[in-house]
Each structure stands twice: as structure tokens, then as C-alpha cells.
Design a protein around this ligand. Structure first.
Ligand code: 5AD
Length: 467
């Protein structure tokens, strides 16, 4: 996993979905409304965009990669922090400008922010035509077929919607996302997710295996299992540990990853399954949030720092060369300088490979918003964030330096955005530990190669191909 280079929590992923080639002739093209989808937020949103694309294609729509070519623009959004939502408001106002050229342009907001701000969105962005939450996507074609002067809202949450039978329109590449559990029942006091993604429900393991077989047949070598609390998976017959083993056993699947597990639900059986299954990569993102028991209590995380440390030591004992990453939130309600120092100590002690670090952002509807004061001044939050990023950067650099001189197995993704010093193109891919590896030789995307590391930064390993 790549660590964030800055404090910006948002990843904007343009849904680089391949343009549908099923359209037979030009007359058909004229009647089919082209759709452009832009995705913000976590990997689950990326996976949801693949569902939306599939549902729309089934209904006869065409997915395009250029916003200017679209008749319908859908923004799949995040609500986890306020700046995620502000950024989307900025983006939709900008997109509204396109309507001058195309008066029939439909603009829709999908996903977590749509769910969170359904009541205020029509006032704040009256030009938005539709607002749909994460459980409403099957009804998207029906909503798009309606015409109305009012913003159309569909934000009903469902206890059952798992999009069974919808085969996601996966982006071609090396990694396929598979959502195995939707929603969240943890209700951490700071978190909006249970309110915007609804109750936890696991997809039937038969359906998951069906998807993984298709993924392997399409040529993907890597699968990442997704869920807000992915290791809480249980469909009534199969738990997460067993699912890992079964997915890894599918022919053609060589790398299995998952994100994000919840510390309290991490079982000995899962550690054992990871350790005993060669295809399960030695890389784990395990959000800790804080190094202070007092803060973890206020967040209602349901574990203590001693328990978290114990879990990490069991994982590291069982899985050689395990790369660990985490999420840290600074400036949550009541966080004292002493609490923050405990977080720094935890980071120094556990030495994560990298971390996503955030300032607490109060979210309406959460327990913290209702019951605890957001009392840490913005300046203090900012200062703590800067300090912890600096600390983590130096740890990440030191850890990556240990790879120098070693040969790593890389699943090639393609041509890197970062050219060599002389301007020539470089290739990039990921190591088993999910580190980005850059090398000057050209290698076919989706091939697995060996790269000898000669240098590193806090985010990247650089090396040369070993033949
Ligand atoms: N403010 C800041 N960060 C948050 N996260 C979740 N909710 C908030 C919030 N209200 C962070 C947590 C979580 C990650 C996905 O986002 O660290 O693990």
C-alpha cells in the first residue's frame, strides 16, 4: 500500500473503465447516453463504481473515460471527513459549467456523501439531478429514466443488499477488488460509516468464489477482499479464515490481499490461515487510530493498546517479513498532549511500514458529534499531524532501506509516472509487501518479475530487473 504523501485523505480515482465495445453501429451510439463516473474515497468506493458501471451497462448505457464525452456524470463520494465532502462540492460546481455546452447533461452524486447529506444537497447544489446512497444502485437505471425539475433522491439503506448477481465491470489491470462484506456494526464514536453504509452483511461465500473464478479466468493474478471490517466476514457457513484459504486455492490466483481488518475481530484462525497459505501476501493494514487507551475508550474501539500490541506480535511471529501499515487519527475529542505522545511512542515501538494519518473531523450523526465536544483546536490538530507524519516518514525510510540489496518479487502494473533521471520511462509494480517498486527495464503488465533493490525512499523501492 502506498502511504499518503501529504495530509490529504482523499484519493481521487478516475474510473478508468474501458469503453464498452458492444455497441454495434453508429445509430445505436446516438441513442445511448454516455456515462462518466468519477470515484473518491476508499477501495470500497472503487469497487462500488465497478458495480454501478455494470448495472448501467446491463441497462444499455455506455461508460466513457472523458468527462466531456458524457451525457451523464456520476460522482461516487466519500463522507469520512469534512474535506472529502467539500472537495466534491467544488468538483460538482466545476462540472456544472459543462451544462452550458450540453443543456441535457445529468449530474448525480452517489455513495456515502449522498447518503450523509441527502437532506441538504438539493439546497447546496440545486443543479444536481440525482442523489443516491450505496444501497440504491440497482435503481439507478430507473431513476435515470425519470425526468424531474427536482433533485431525485434515493437513499434507502438496506439490511440485505449485497448486489448478488451483479458482476462488477472490473478495470483491466493486475488487481481485482472483491467486496465480501458490506456495512459496519462497530459504531466507533467518530465514524460515519455505519450511518451511510448501513448494517454489516456478508456476501455468500459461493457468490464470492464464483466471482474469484471469473476474475482468474479474466487473467487477474491478484485479488483484494474488501470490507469496512473485512475480517468480521461470516456468511453463516464460512468465516474469514476459511474464506482466505478457499479464495487462495482458486487456480490462477497468486496473490490474495484484504483490507481493512478490525483489530478486535482478528482471530488466531485468521493468523494461522495467513501463515499457512502461500498466496496470502505478507502485508497487513491494521488501523489502530491511537496509542492511548483513554482515546481508544472514547472512540469505543473495543480493544486496549496492550491487546493491539499482543496481536501485532502474534502476527509478526507467525508471518515472516510481514509489512504492517495503519491508520492514525490525531486530535480526537479530549486528546491531551500526553495521549498524543503515547501515539508517537506506539509508532516508534511498533514501527509500521507506513501509515495513513488524519486530523479528526467531526461528522454529524455520529456518537461523538452528539455526545462529545470537538475540543482540540484546529491549530493543535494540525501541529500534531505534522509531527506524526514526520515521525512516520523517518520510520518508513529506515524500514525501506533494509530492502536495499535484496531481490523482491514484483507483480508489474505498467509504466511508472516517475521517469528515470535521464527522462527515460520506468516500469512499476508491487512487491509481496505491497511496496511500490520502480525499475528501468520494460516488463509486461501483469507479469511477475524479480527486482534487485538498489535504493529506496520512504514510499518506494528502486531497483533493476534480475534475469
Ligand atoms: N475524522 C478523521 N478521520 C477519520 N477516519 C474515520 N472517521 C474519521 C473522522 N471522523 C479515519 C480513520 C479510519 C480511516 C478510514 O479514516 O483513521 O481508519
Amino acid at each position: 500500500m502506498t502511504a499518503p504523501p501529504s495530509t490529504s485523505p482523499l484519493i481521487s480515482i478516475e474510473a478508468a473503465l474501458t469503453t464498452d465495445r458492444t455497441i454495434a453501429d453508429a445509430s445505436a451510439t446516438a441513442t445511448i447516453r454516455p456515462v462518466y463516473i468519477e470515484t473518491y474515497g476508499c477501495q470500497m468506493n472503487v469497487a462500488d463504481t465497478e458495480l454501478v458501471a455494470s448495472i448501467l451497462r446491463e441497462a444499455g448505457y455506455r461508460i466513457v473515460n472523458e468527462v466531456e464525452a458524457a451525457d451523464i456524470i456520476l460522482i461516487n463520494t466519500c463522507a469520512v471527513r469534512e474535506n472529502a465532502e467539500e472537495r466534491v462540492f467544488g468538483r460538482v460546481s466545476q462540472l456544472y459549467g459543462l451544462r452550458a455546452r450540453n443543456p441535457g447533461l445529468t449530474i448525480g452524486i452517489l455513495g456515502c456523501m449522498a447518503q450523509h447529506l441527502a437532506a441538504e444537497l438539493p439546497q447546496r447544489a440545486p443543479f444536481v439531478d440525482l442523489v443516491m446512497g450505496p444501497d440504491s444502485y440497482r435503481r439507478l437505471p430507473a431513476i435515470l429514466a425519470q425526468t424531474s425539475d427536482e433533485t431525485l433522491l434515493d437513499v434507502r439503506l438496506s439490511r440485505a443488499e449485497n448486489y448478488v448477481g451483479v458482476e462488477p465491470s472490473r478495470k483491466t489491470g493486475t488487481n481485482a477488488w472483491v467486496t465480501i462484506i458490506r456495512g459496519c456494526d462497530k459504531f466507533c464514536t467518530f465514524c460515519i460509516v455505519p450511518f451511510v453504509r448501513g448494517r454489516e452483511r456478508s456476501l455468500d461465500s459461493g457468490e464470492i468464489l464464483h466471482q474469484v473464478h471469473n476474475i482468474a479466468a479474466e487473467g487477474f493474478r491478484e485479488v483484494t477482499l474488501l470490507g469496512q471490517t473485512v475480517n468480521s466476514y461470516n456468511d453463516g457457513h464460512t468465516d474469514f479464515a476459511d474464506l482466505l484459504r478457499t479464495v487462495a486455492a482458486v487456480d490462477g490466483i497468486e496473490r490474495v490481499r484484504f483490507t481493512s481488518p478490525y483489530p478486535r475481530d482478528f482471530t488466531a484462525r485468521t493468523i494461522e490461515a495467513m501463515a499457512q497459505t502461500a498466496e496470502v501476501c505478507p502485508a497487513l493494514h491494521l488501523p489502530v487510530q491511537s496509542g492511548s487507551d483513554q482515546q481508544l475508550d472514547a472512540m469505543q474501539r473495543g480493544y486496549s493498546i496492550a491487546e493491539y500490541r499482543d496481536l501485532v506480535s502474534k502476527l509478526r511471529q507467525a508471518i515472516p517479513n510481514l509489512a504492517m501499515t495503519t491508520d492514525i487519527m490525531v486530535g480526537f475529542c479530549g486528546e491531551t498532549e500526553e495521549n498524543f505522545r503515547e501515539t508517537c511512542e506506539l509508532m516508534e515501538g511498533l514501527r509500521f511500514d507506513s501509515a495513513f494519518m488524519f486530523k479528526y473531523s467531526e461528522r454529524s450523526g455520529t456518537q461523538a458529534h452528539r455526545a462529545i465536544a470537538d475540543d482540540i483546536p484546529e491549530s493543535v490538530k494540525g501541529e500534531r499531524l505534522t509531527r506524526i507524519i514526520k515521525l512516520q516518514e523517518s520510520i518508513s525510510s529506515e524500514i525501506n532501506q533494509k530492502w536495499i540489496g535484496k531481490t523482491v518479487e514484483v507483480l508489474v502494473e505498467g509504466v511508472s509516472k516517475r521517469p528515470a533521471a535521464d527522462g527515460s520511462a520506468t516500469s512499476f509494480g508491487r512487491s509481496l509487501q505491497a511496496k511500490t517498486v520502480i525499475f528501468p527495464e520494460m516488463a509486461a503488465p501483469n507479469s511477475i518479475v524479480q527486482v534487485r533493490v538498489h535504493s529506496s525512499t520512504s514510499h518506494t523501492l528502486m531497483g533493476t530487473l534480475v534475469v
